[in-house]
Structure formats: structure tokens, C-alpha cells
Design a protein around this ligand. Structure first.
Ligand code: SAM
Length: 283
């Protein structure tokens, strides 16, 4: 079977199936032969593992994952790719392709059914138009997985892995920190994809925390405070936090109780400080 990074073969394969790239589905397929083996290796999967892949495309990463993992389940939204995948992955006995939208499928049920007795890793070259919704859905639903290794736009990778107290840190960085320990793995140039996007990409790994990083009485409140604080970064906290539904007086009191200066700005606070603040409200 020819390499799935061979451009001549890919063009022939896609034209035989009458396939045209759909920009709105984030279809940029990997053609750099060194990237997928490296991602599969760094995903942490081994023969005891199950890997959940999102958006297999023509199966270039899927094949590498099938070499290192015990079983791979790949979810693909674009039905036009199903006959292509049947051809490229037909000989891979440990791969199952599931048609569907990753944001609509019941992933807990899917994992229970497909990987009843395996540790699970997620590994994917994500469709860029829904990078954050996918990552946040996986984290917030507390999917029983050990790690999430994904290719995303470089700018998104920087935000997702940003440490509190740095300029790049935003609401999504703190949300990621709450559930996982993020790691920047390596960068990938736009020329590694067909068609080539204008921006570069990067592979990150989110190592899911087994124990909570901080004690929080009300997670919903924590995240609504974080969002409010970052949405209006220029304002001081007592004013910015009003959009989370609290009065300025309540905010001043909670900040004082949590030992946070009222002049502090969102990007200066650690996750622990946000947790202390969240726990300091009376209602
Ligand atoms: N894994 C392939 C590769 O690396 O060459 C393709 C990656 S491409 C960036 C993203 C893939 O996700 C496409 O195959 C696209 O059809 C699929 N996709 C887009 N939206 C999706 C969704 N909501 N659920 C599942 N797959 C989706």
C-alpha cells in the first residue's frame, strides 16, 4: 500500500473517489512523513491502549496510531471520506471508523463500548474551526482518558499551554490548567499539509490530572469568574467580575477575603487565587 503522505497517490486516491477539500470542515491533510509517526509515539499509546482519533481524513495518522496502539477508533464527520478510509485502512484489523460529529456523539458511551478494559488516549490533527470547543468538551465532560495529544494552530497551542501570569494566558489557558498539565511538544510548518494553511501549527499534549489541582466549591462559578475577568482584562477585578452576576461590593468583599489586591488584573492571578476567590463568595 503506498504511503499516505505521497502527494501523487493522494491526488489519485481523492480524484478516484470524487473528493474535493471542504475548507469549512478544516480539511488540511498531513503530508510531511515525519509528523504522524512522531505524534503517535508521543501520544503515550502502547499495545495495551485504546486511541480515540478525531477526524482521520484519509487515515494518515490513523495508520501510525494502529502501529503503536492496541486498538484505534476514529470519528469522521465527512461521509465522503468513508469509502476512502475503507480503502486506505481496509487492512488494519485494529481500526474502527465511526461516522459522526465528535461534538454530538456520546463519547462516554463510545469509550465504554469500544475500550471496555483499556487505558485510553486521544490523538488527533484537529479541524481548526472547532479546536477549543472539542478540547473543552473532552475536558469538561471528564472523559476517562489519560492524555490528549493534538495538532492545533500554533497561536491556539500557545494560548492552550500558557502559564498563569504570562501575557498569552487567557480564560481557556486556566480552564486547561484546571483539568490537565499542558505540554508544548513540537511545531509544524504550514507546508506540511495539503492544502497548506497560511499559519503554522503545533502539537501539544494535555496530561489529564488524576487529582484536582485546587479545591473548588462550585466549578461553574469558578469558570464564570475566570471568563468575566478575562473578557474585560482592562478593567480592575471588582468591575470586571460584575459580568459574572455579582455586585461591586460582593466582589470587593470576596477579593479581600481571598487576599487578592483589588487592583490586580486577570492575567496576574494564578488558578489557586481564582479558586480562593470563587470560594470566598457568600452565595
Ligand atoms: N487526520 C487527518 C490528517 O492529519 O491528515 C485529517 C485532519 S483534518 C485537519 C480534520 C479532519 O476532521 C477532517 O477529516 C474533517 O473532515 C474532520 N472533521 C471536521 N469536523 C469534524 C467533526 N465535528 N467531527 C469529526 N470529524 C470532523
Amino acid at each position: 500500500m503506498p504511503q499516505l503522505t505521497d502527494i501523487g497517490y493522494i491526488r489519485d486516491l481523492l480524484s478516484r473517489h470524487g473528493f474535493h477539500f471542504e475548507k469549512k470542515l478544516g480539511q488540511n491533510f498531513l503530508i510531511n512523513p515525519s509528523v504522524c509517526p512522531r505524534m503517535a509515539q508521543l501520544s503515550g499509546a502502547d499495545k495495551t491502549s485504546g486511541v480515540l482519533e478525531i477526524g482521520p481524513g484519509i487515515g494518515v495518522l490513523t495508520r501510525e496510531l494502529a502501529l503503536v496502539a492496541g486498538k484505534v477508533v476514529a470519528i469522521e464527520l465527512d461521509e465522503r471520506l468513508l469509502p476512502v478510509l475503507a480503502e486506505t485502512l481496509g487492512e488494519q484489523e485494529n481500526v474502527t471508523v465511526i461516522p459522526g460529529d465528535v461534538l454530538k456523539l456520546d463519547l462516554h458511551a463510545l469509550i465504554k463500548e469500544q475500550f471496555p478494559d483499556r487505558p485510553v488516549q486521544v490523538c488527533a490533527n484537529l479541524p481548526y474551526y472547532i479546536t477549543s470547543p472539542i478540547i473543552m468538551a473532552l475536558l469538561e465532560s471528564r472523559l476517562p482518558v489519560e492524555s490528549i495529544t493534538v495538532m492545533v494552530q500554533r497561536e491556539a497551542a500557545v494560548r492552550l499551554c500558557a502559564k498563569p501570569g504570562t501575557r498569552a494566558c487567557g480564560a481557556v489557558s486556566l480552564a486547561v490548567q484546571y483539568y490537565a498539565e499542558p505540554e508544548m511538544l513540537f511545531s509544524v510548518s504550514g507546508g506540511s499539509f495539503l492544502p497548506a494553511p497560511k499559519v503554522d501549527s503545533a502539537v501539544i499534549r494535555l496530561n489529564i490530572r488524576k487529582n484536582p489541582v485546587c479545591e473548588v466549591r462550585d466549578e461553574k462559578r469558578l469558570f464564570s469568574l475566570i471568563r468575566a475577568a478575562f473578557e474585560q482584562r482592562r478593567k480592575t477585578l471588582p468591575n470586571a467580575l460584575m459580568t459574572a452576576g455579582y455586585s461591586k461590593e460582593e466582589n470587593l468583599l470576596a477579593l479581600e477575603k481571598a487576599g487578592i489586591p483589588v487592583t490586580a488584573r486577570a492575567e496576574q492571578l494564578t488558578l489557586q487565587q481564582f479558586a480562593d476567590l470563587s470560594n470566598a463568595y457568600d452565595r
